[in-house]
Design a protein. Structure first.
Lengths: 138, 112
């Protein structure tokens, strides 16, 4: 990995994730250093560029018109809904398990499993729909 | 009335000082190398470019493109050099650091 030409994947990644400012110079610098410092160094720099670009995009909303307050709002709302859904699901599951232990029949186990599955799917779908309606990161 | 001034961040100052060095025009990897040698810590090349962008926006450095080379996949180097304001800012920042650290006994001799 540390000799020869850089891997296609690295170049592909760099072409998409390198900083916008000095993009070509950044990619050129890494390709120039590939033989000297090795593929491991280049991969670390590429991942560092992705991180820097993601943080910058999040802080400035550079790639969209959505300001930081809406990103935070989206995150808080979706997290709260997910937590609420999990708590509701757990309470529901406890009630159903209570019913299984009192009735102790195979049918009740099947019914409860189906209900938990439906409940879980419904919760996930609700959160997904709400998230889709809220401003997104891009 | 005093002119309001935006202070340089630590990395920005290190990048500016690396550009000011007398070895000629500096470029990304070279600047990162200067900082690594001076600080003994690795620096991300992406963060160097982010700092260079800020410095250029503040009018403290200027950039120019070199010639593309095959080793760089046909991409050119971007060379940076300080502007007059950049030199002034670097001098002022160094003098401030010197004055601030001067009275601290535990730091005696740490700055030239």
């Amino acid at each position: 990995m540390s000799s020869g030409q850089p891997q296609g994947l690295l170049i592909w990644l760099l072409n998409r994730c390198a900083p916008e400012y000095g993009h070509d110079s950044f990619v050129g610098d890494l390709l120039e250093q590939y033989e000297l410092r090795g593929g491991w160094w280049c991969w670390r720099q590429a991942l560092g560029a992705i991180r820097a670009r993601a943080i910058r995009g999040l802080l400035t909303g550079a790639e969209s018109d959505v300001p930081i307050a809406e990103y935070i709002g989206d995150l808080v709302i979706s997290s709260s809904l997910a937590i609420f859904a999990l708590i509701a699901l757990r309470t529901y599951a406890e009630l159903m398990i209570g019913w299984i232990t009192t009735t102790r029949s195979e049918l009740s186990t099947i019914v409860v499993s189906i209900l938990i599955g439906v409940g879980l799917t419904a919760s996930v779908a609700i959160v997904h729909e709400l998230r889709a309606g809220a401003p997104t990161a891009r | 009335m005093r002119r309001p001034r935006e202070y340089l961040g630590q990395l920005e100052l290190m990048v500016l000082l690396s550009v000011v060095r007398p070895e000629g025009d500096a470029y990304g990897v070279q600047i990162a190398k200067f900082i690594e040698e001076a600080s003994g810590r690795e620096v991300s090349l992406a963060s160097v470019y982010v700092a260079l962008e800020r410095l250029e926006r503040k009018g403290l450095v200027t950039s120019s493109l070199g010639d593309p080379t095959p080793q760089r996949g046909g991409r050119a180097r971007t060379y940076f050099k300080p502007t007059a304001s950049g030199l002034k800012e670097a001098r002022a920042a160094c003098a401030t650091l010197k004055r601030l650290s001067g009275g601290i006994a535990g730091l005696k001799g740490s700055l030239a």
